[in-house]
Design a protein around this ligand. Structure first.
Ligand code: NAP
Length: 547
């Protein structure tokens, strides 16, 4: 066994899906002494913070879950086709209670710094209560989309009404009744919350920078018969299929090409996809929608025609038509009554490309051409994704090397799992992994299992440290870029590229090669003895060397 003396074998940051799953595996399978630090006062991560109206997941509920316990899979019953935020939070609370995880989680504790101590080969972690703790391994479960982006609009501090970011929503909720409300942003959070807020508010003004493609989710209650007859008896196969799929879901992608069929057939296929709803509209219709611009145009135009047919006011239609980026080049959206909402008398839409926000005032928002009064402003303006939450902590590796410096030109990782010169530091769903382009629990569990296997291997061999070789990391970064450059993702300003944060390096951060191929690479690397990873000396080697 390694000869390192620390407070814990591993410290895990965050108690969302990642942190809970990692804690369970390290404690129950490896018997490690683990401490989880969580800044919230309960488990849940994303689903603890994002309590805005309409918040739910885009993955269907039966596949949005942990797979480590067959009993849990069989016992838990989702009520919605798509899982809603309160229910996902209850699920994670249930997991924490059922597996007695809370006893190793320290809540209301934010990690402020983590420094690698070369003398003792361990991580020294500082928390906002001024305490420090040491551990051989440091594992980030901080999520990819957890540091809110509140745009730097002059005057926000002078606003006399209330304002909220969707990612830090008040636990007691927000009552919009009789209020004049602004929503800034029309990404996933905006598209979900706008229809719900519009129903309650006296008046809602949406400030849109980029018009969106969105597909009806066709949300409803879960199909019990499907769940009981097709899912529960076959959970193991369903999850195995998801693990090796492109997006972490158990659905077959069509092989059909948009160019192979007549226009009439194409329209019929899109219509059927629109009726089915959800992301199946894209992956169930044609394979080349996401790779070929001409094929993509047929799907984009179909959606634009749906907007034209749904929204009654032609001026509103003009603003809502997405024309400046291909479908799927930004995060694909699914909605409930999004475009229909713009037919309501109490909803207005400001096109920020034509009439930008100039300032926030005591009473509302001034654009170049208009003054608006509001009681509540909702920022649905997204996140400093993938790197922002790391940079909120002072993370230093060998020789005091700062993660901020290592990632100054954009995040650099090996497999999204580790960073050169940061020994024994692991990331669950880190940049350079497929995470955000997939059904998250499937990607999260793959990382958890892989990290746990590596730690088990190190313990078996009596090795104290592991980190990527510089070349392996550089090659992986290159591969991530090469794969991204073959996709349509490069054709839009999205948070995948850091384009939503002024000054952030424009680098495509996730791995677009697919969940299954990525898993295959991880398996091969492990089976070959962890190619590209550099292990410190084993206890035996140290003894032989007289160290
Ligand atoms: P987002 O996708 O980044 O959308 C942010 C919105 O705010 C965009 O419309 C953006 O415009 C706008 N915006 C940003 N800065 C602005 C500024 N300075 N002025 C005006 N508008 C501005 O953020 P999100 O909607 O919170 O979603 C983030 C991610 O979280 C999603 O992509 C998804 O991965 C995840 N999520 C998932 C779900 C779900 O499963 N249903 C729900 C919520 C979130 P531009 O487009 O022009 O940048």
């Amino acid at each position: 066994m390694p000869g390192i003396r620390t407070d814990y074998d591993a410290i895990v940051i965050g108690a969302g899906f990642s942190g809970l799953g990692m804690l369970w595996r390290l404690r129950e399978e490896l018997g490690l002494n683990v401490r989880v630090f969580e800044r919230g006062d309960d488990v849940g991560g994303t689903w603890y913070w994002n309590r805005y109206p309409g918040a739910r997941c885009d993955s269907e509920s039966y596949i949005y879950c942990f797979s480590f316990s067959e009993d849990l899979l069989q016992d838990w019953n989702w009520s919605g086709k798509y899982p809603e935020q309160p229910e996902i939070l209850r699920y994670l609370q249930h997991v924490a209670d059922r597996f007695d995880l809370r006893r190793d989680i320290q809540f209301e504790t934010r990690v402020t710094a983590a420094h690698w101590d070369e003398e003792t080969s361990c991580w020294r972690v500082t928390t906002d209560d001024g305490e420090t703790a040491t551990a051989q391994h440091l594992i980030s479960g901080i999520g990819c989309i957890s540091t809110g982006n509140i745009p730097d609009i002059p005057g926000l501090e002078s606003f006399r009404g209330a304002w909220h970011h969707t990612g830090a929503w008040p636990h007691e909720g927000v009552d919009f009744t009789g209020k004049r409300v602004a929503v800034i942003g029309t990404g996933s959070s905006g598209v979900q919350s706008i229809p719900v807020i519009a129903e309650q508010a006296e008046h809602l003004t949406v400030f849109q920078r980029t018009a969106q493609y969105t597909i009806p989710a066709r949300h409803g209650t879960v199909d019990r018969k499907f769940l009981e007859e097709q899912v529960k008896p076959n959970y193991a196969e369903i999850l195995e299929k998801a693990r090796w799929s492109a997006g972490g879901i158990d659905v077959d992608f069509t092989e059909r090409l948009a160019s192979e069929v007549t226009e009439e057939e194409r329209r019929a296929i899109y219509e059927a996809g629109w009726e089915t709803g959800g992301h199946r509209f894209i992956f169930g219709s044609f394979r080349d929608i996401t790779t070929d611009l001409d094929s993509n145009f047929t799907a984009s135009e179909f959606i634009r025609n749906k907007i034209r047919a749904t929204v009654k006011d032609p001026a509103m239609v003009e603003k809502l038509l997405p024309l400046d980026h291909p479908l799927g080049s930004k995060r694909a959206l699914i909605d409930t009554n999004y475009f229909e909402t713009y037919n309501r008398d109490n909803v207005a839409l400001v096109d920020l490309k034509k009439d930008p926000i100039v300032r926030i005032t005591e009473t509302g928002i001034d654009t170049e051409s208009e003054q608006f009064d509001f009681d509540i402003i909702v920022f649905a303006t997204g996140f400093d994704a993938m790197t922002g939450s790391f940079f909120r902590m002072d993370i230093r590796g060998e020789g005091g090397y700062e993660l901020k410096d290592a990632w100054a030109e954009g995040p650099k990782t090996y497999l999204g799992l580790q960073v050169d010169r940061f020994p024994n530091f692991f990331m669950i769903t880190g940049p350079g992994s497929p995470s955000v382009l997939s059904n998250m629990p499937v990607s999260i569990e793959q990382h958890i299992e892989w990290i746990a296997d590596l730690i088990a291997d190190m313990r078996e061999r009596g090795v104290d440290t592991v980190q990527p070789e510089a070349k392996a990391q550089a090659d992986w970064v290159q591969h991530v870029n090469d794969v991204a450059s073959q996709t349509l993702y490069m054709q839009a300003n999205s948070w995948y590229l850091g384009a939503n944060i002024p000054g952030k390096p424009r680098v495509f951060m996730p791995y677009a090669g697919g969940v299954g191929p990525y898993r295959q690479k991880c398996v091969e690397i492990a089976e070959a003895g962890y190619t590209g990873f550099d292990f410190g000396e084993s206890a035996e080697e140290r003894l032989a060397g007289g160290g």
